[in-house]
Design a binder for this molecule. Structure first.
Ligand code: IMP
Length: 177
């Protein structure tokens, strides 16, 4: 049996901040004068959206969605319940979805399907970590922080059973097996 716990640091605090600075420059160039709304899904992306929006010079609005699993519905369906909806209207607005990590892509696909009928002017995705090995659905990802190997990771907002979110870096995590 493997010992459960935080393993090696995969992305340091300095690497995270450097890459976020680069993403911010790209977003500034693409969204100049477009006054986008950046939407993030609680709770995993909260440090990322906080650092990214502060690195961007373009004025932005910020809003949050929270989702929870539907009782009795398997995770593999990607069907989730929106437990906190947006406060802002996204009709005719340029929207950037900010996600912590995309694995299968099912969660984000479901959220995008929910947002599209609200008629945003544009809808793009900015993800900090992309784990393409597990992808089940294709998603229009415009900005990617890092591609990571297929390992469970914690830190910088990401949790294992609500622990380790506060770590300032991304680390591998070994689950009990
Ligand atoms: P997906 O629907 O499979 O793409 O899963 C996406 C969600 O699962 C993410 O937004 C995270 O909340 C969670 N998740 C997926 N992989 C990890 C991981 O390695 N560490 C922590 N959370 C993860």
């Amino acid at each position: 049996m493997k010992r459960q716990g935080v393993g090696e640091v995969m992305i340091s605090e300095a690497e995270l901040q450097k890459r976020i600075g680069e993403l911010a420059k790209e977003i500034d160039a693409d969204y100049k004068d477009k006054h986008p709304i950046m939407i993030s899904v609680l709770k995993g992306a909260f440090y990322f959206v906080a650092d990214l929006t502060r690195a961007i010079s373009t004025p932005v609005n910020i809003d949050f969605l929270a989702i929870s699993q539907m009782p009795g519905v398997s995770r593999d369906t990607g069907i989730v319940r929106i437990s906190k909806d947006l406060d802002l209207s996204i009709a005719e607005r340029h929207v950037i979805m900010v996600e912590d990590i995309i694995d299968t892509g099912l969660t984000l696909a479901y959220i995008l399907q929910n947002l599209a009928p609200r008629r945003p002017k544009s809808l793009n995705v900015c993800v900090l970590l992309d784990n393409p090995a597990r992808r089940l659905v294709e998603l229009p990802i415009k900005y990617t922080g890092f591609h990571i190997p297929d390992r469970y990771v914690v830190g910088y907002g990401l949790d294992y059973k609500e622990e380790y979110r506060h770590l300032p870096y991304i680390a591998a995590f070994e689950k009990d097996e």
